[in-house]
Write a protein that binds this ligand. Structure first.
Ligand code: FRU
Length: 495
């Protein structure tokens, strides 16, 4: 394997291991999540290489151990038996080769002949402006035991000369590899170099020799200037593409984050390399959700996890907490017609403690304390709108703080407001929600510094990071006009 003398010892697996060992006890406990995956110490972004291998779920992630900021990317690694409790393994990839010297960027995993194969982007800065002058290639690393990875002698396996003329010469990343009809395929995020995001499709018989097939999908001008982190899978006889468009313009209530995530459902013709689809839909309607990746689990379920953050926003744990970034809960994707439904996994119910239940509570004007509290729990609420103009819940409340979920009956609009949630960015996100027989059903997961709201049995989800003080634990209900809280159940969650 070729080594760059100047690069020697700059970033190695050994150095990462020693640093983590020496510093993982120095993270501040204040905003650490209870039942979500976070970095031991340092910075985490995209989920990578999400896969079931040899009886374990593996999650790799974009990782910079040395500071709670983005830096030359490594692949962190954690494993789980049930996708809820995670244990850390040693860093799987460090940027220690010529072709990945400025970062082992995002990618995916596949099992080939009993071995775990990672495919990732090697990022190399080529000039003085690191945000403009860079090149990206696709690379392979293989492991027999799922812990120690050897980068291929043949890297890069998709090189610069394989970038088609109609694609950007530099944004060429995040390979998601999959198998279909005895061939391997890989999708890559790119753009047409003229302001439209696109996905490139490649084919291979052996994961080492790749041929370019086609531009599989491309922005129609409404979908951002660069596409990142594509993922393609079939679900119930349909093909689904998910991806993360950068700088996608807002449309009504949707796509208000700087970078968004969407899915398209259609039919993928692998011969032509084209995905036929008619519409795109957001994957999450909250603040903090990016770069999702899916895998098929041991039971055949399609499960998605995402980075529960977004770029270029303030993350309070970056200041003196020594860590930043977390993953969302794993969500099962189910097809209902032309839409995806998102379900929290039943595995979580095993971690429920101290259940409380209230039935048929009539709510009149104003805000009422529900006599329950917490900062790490699951809450299930069903409202009957009755005569109310609006109603909702206030969570993580204290005198000074509250995170507010409001349903406006006339506008048929659900909002999540974190303006007074605590530290960190504020703002509000909204989405249209139809009542079902006059009812609104919410399943909410609160975890110290996060909230995920599954709306109407998973038709939509809103995810956000919030940073309330440790004493902001109240749970309140409010309405304008009469409504009924027909069901309220809460469990603390403890892993
Ligand atoms: C998405 C992304 C990827 C890239 C990685 C770098 O969040 O920008 O496109 O591979 O992060 O960390």
């Amino acid at each position: 394997m070729k080594h760059d003398a100047q690069n020697e010892n700059r970033y190695t697996l050994e150095r990462a291991k020693a640093y983590i060992e020496a510093n993982r006890h120095n993270v501040s406990p204040v905003y650490r999540l209870g039942y979500h995956l976070m970095p031991e110490v340092g910075w985490m972004n995209d989920p990578n290489g999400f896969i079931y291998f040899n009886g374990m779920y593996h999650m790799f992630y974009q990782y910079y151990p040395y500071e709670p900021v983005w830096g030359p990317m490594h692949w962190g690694h954690a494993v789980s038996q049930d996708l809820v409790t995670w244990s850390y393994l040693p860093v799987a990839l460090a940027p220690d080769q010529d072709y990945d010297r400025d970062g082992c960027f995002s990618g995916s995993a596949i099992v080939q002949d009993g071995k775990l194969v990672l495919m990732y982007t090697g990022h190399v800065v080529t000039g003085p402006d690191k945000d403009k002058d860079y090149r990206q290639t696709q690379n392979i690393a293989v492991s027999e035991n799922g812990i120690d990875f050897v980068k291929s002698e043949l890297n890069p396996v998709i090189g610069l000369h394989q970038i088609p003329a109609q694609a950007s010469p530099k944004d060429f990343r995040d390979p998601k590899v999959f198998e279909r009809d005895g061939m391997y395929y890989c999708v890559l995020g790119s753009n047409d170099d003229a302001g439209n995001g696109s996905i490139l499709l490649y084919r291979s018989a052996d994961l080492l020799n790749w041929t370019y097939v086609n531009v599989m999908a491309q922005s129609d001008g409404t979908l951002g200037d660069n596409w990142e982190c594509p993922d393609v899978f079939s679900l119930d006889d349909r093909d689904v593409l998910i991806m993360s468009p950068q700088r996608m313009p807002a449309q009504g209530d949707h796509y208000h984050n700087l970078h968004s995530t969407v899915y398209m459902m259609g039919t993928l013709d692998t011969d032509k390399g084209v995905l036929e689809y008619s519409e795109y839909v957001p994957l999450d309607c909250g603040f903090d959700f990016y770069a999702p990746q899916t895998m098929e689990d041991a039971q055949g379920r399609r499960i998605m996890m995402a980075w529960m953050e977004t770029w270029e926003t303030e993350i309070p744990t970056q200041h003196s907490h020594a860590w930043a970034g977390a993953m969302t809960l794993p969500r099962q994707l189910i097809r209902r017609g032309e839409r995806l439904i998102f379900q929290p996994l039943p595995e979580l119910t095993k971690y429920r403690l101290a259940g409380v239940e209230q039935k048929s509570r009539s709510i009149h004007d104003g805000t009422h304390d529900l006599g329950i509290s917490g900062d790490c729990y699951e809450l299930h609420a069903i409202f009957e709108a009755a005569e109310a103009q609006y109603f909702g819940l206030k969570l993580r409340t204290s005198e000074q703080e509250e995170t507010v979920i409001t349903y406006d009956v006339k506008q048929r609009r659900l909002s999540l407001n974190r303006e007074r949630a605590g530290q960190g960015p504020g703002g509000e996100r909204s989405t249209t929600v139809e009542l079902s027989e006059g009812k609104l059903e919410l399943r909410i997961f609160v975890d110290i510094s996060s909230i995920e709201i599954f709306i109407q049995q998973g038709e939509q989800v809103m995810s956000a990071r919030i940073y309330p003080g440790p004493n902001s634990k109240g749970i309140q209900v409010f309405s304008q006009g009469r409504c009924t809280l027909t069901e309220l159940r809460k469990w603390d969650l403890q892993v």
